[in-house]
Design a protein around this ligand. Structure first.
Ligand code: TRP
Length: 461
């Protein structure tokens, strides 16, 4: 293994304690992926069987790839591109980091749009605009929120201002404090939603939908969607976890943290699903109705409850916070790249990145209204919103993950890897390491290739 050519770098920040590391990483993973995306993707792909495939993807691909990314980050203490330059100087491997920077932009184009909807729902719930909604008015509110020409873009702009402000404040102050205190509160609020949802008449059908395993709806596209969701959920395949790994403490257990994060993340997703599907079945909505699912269901959960408004406002505030911490981890990838590789000041890197994201992000936002000019532009059959979403989750992230698995499994000396993952012998985890090493060399890459080819229709499962 090449010596690390540590160029004299500015002193880098790290997270301060093991708990802060866990929460910051979880803060990246938990976001709109759990609360907005997970329920509607499960809904559009048939429920329980999809869920089972999703779990398999998390265990055999997601967790191992997360270990690899954290390893690459902590070992090199570098941004996503610089990390590969240090480990394999002068090779094309740094292209993985470059792809990651590109993916961060694509994801943010639509993620900022949905975050804008969430921010506007915070405002709407506080000002009482969601008081006593019915299924029909909830739908109308969502449509006016998402498909106007000006307001959604204003909200999207506000999202970027918040994200930029936190990122300029820096990793430790910005990220650590927020995630550590607020994630636990979000968790409790979702549980309150669940308790209420369980009392609805459609609760049984909703839960059955989520847990009933019916393989007749499964095809290559469904499996690829599960894989894409696993990557998206755990923030993998594009260098977020490399960048966060670079801020990890030396004593963190890189084999355990991903398991804990993945488990907690799945729990949050399931809790969100269990709050939403009872509403869907109570009010005879379509589980596969798509990206508005969260916004048309949750206001109904609270509508007839004492203190319902307060709870609804708190729910959207915390969802906005979860979305924001996830966005910070996305935007941090290009920011760390521009500031460490291209010599920009951190502040300029943040402003430059955010402005570009905002400009192209408006394309996603305007494409939601299918009767507008932008909404009518289709590329490969998709409008901009779906195009950005699908190319990132279902193509770029899995390819990034595959290359990362191959890189760590085949191009890093086993002893070096083992040393780093066992914290130079301080951890007693040789058996776990062997299991991880086997999975990352033989199982993850093969699964990734099969799912990918079948999702694209190149092979039939
Ligand atoms: N995981 C986050 C969510 O579920 C989104 C996210 C943050 C992400 N960083 C990422 C997705 C990196 C892919 C890659 O909302």
């Amino acid at each position: 293994m090449a010596e690390l050519n540590t160029k004299p770098t500015k002193k880098r920040e790290t997270f301060s304690t093991g708990l802060a590391v866990f929460f910051a990483t979880l803060g990246s993973a938990v976001g709109l992926g759990n609360i907005w995306k997970f329920p509607y993707i499960v809904g559009s792909n048939g429920g329980g069987a999809f869920l089972l495939i999703y779990f398999i993807c998390v265990i055999f691909v997601g967790i191992p790839v997360m270990v690899c990314e954290l390893y690459i980050g902590r070992k090199t203490r570098s941004n996503a591109v610089g990390a590969f330059k240090k480990l394999r100087p002068g090779t094309a491997w740094k292209g993985i980091g470059g792809m990651g920077v590109a993916a961060a932009f694509l994801i943010m184009f639509f993620y900022s749009d949905v975050s804008g909807w969430v921010y506007s729902y915070v405002f709407k719930s506080i000002t009482g605009k969601l008081n006593g909604v019915t299924p029909n008015t909830a739908k109308v509110v969502f449509e006016t929120t998402s498909s106007g020409a000006i307001l959604p873009i204003v909200w999207q702009g506000i999202v970027f201002i918040v994200v930029a402000a936190i990122l300029i404040a820096g990793v430790k102050n910005g990220i650590e404090r927020i995630t550590k205190t607020l994630l636990p509160i979000l968790f409790i609020l979702i549980i309150i939603c669940d308790i209420r949802a369980f009392t609805l008449p459609g609760a049984r059908d909703g839960l059955k939908f989520l847990y009933n395993i019916d393989f007749t709806k499964v095809n290559g596209g469904v499996i690829l969607a599960a894989l894409g969701l696993a990557f998206f959920k755990l923030s993998l395949g594009m260098g977020t976890m490399i960048t966060y790994g670079s801020y990890f403490t030396e004593d963190n257990n890189l084999l355990h943290t991903p398991i804990k994060v993945a488990l907690s993340d799945v729990v949050v997703s399931l809790l969100a699903g269990m709050a939403i599907f009872p509403v869907v079945f109570t009010f005879k909505m379509e589980p596969s109705s798509g990206s508005g699912l969260l916004f048309t269901t949750i206001p109904l959960v609270f509508s007839k409850l004492p203190l319902g408004n307060l709870l609804l406002a708190s729910f959207f505030i915390l969802t906005a916070i979860a979305a924001t911490t996830a966005m910070i981890s996305l935007v941090e990838v290009p920011v760390a790249y521009f500031s460490e590789e291209k010599g920009m000041s951190r502040r300029n890197a943040v402003i430059f990145t955010v402005i570009i994201m905002f400009i192209f992000g408006t394309l996603a936002t305007l494409s939601v209204n299918s009767s507008s000019f932008i909404g009518n532009i289709k590329i490969l059959g998709y409008g901009f919103f779906d195009l950005f979403d699908k190319t990132s989750s279902n193509i770029l992230l899995p390819i990034g993950g595959l290359l990362i698995a191959i890189f760590v499994g085949y191009f890093i000396k086993k002893d070096d890897l083992k040393n780093e993952l066992m914290n130079n012998g301080k951890l007693n985890s040789a058996v776990k390491f062997d299991l991880f090493y086997f999975i990352i060399r033989y199982i993850s890459p093969i699964l990734l290739i099969i799912v990918f080819l079948s999702g694209l229709g190149i092979i039939k499962l």
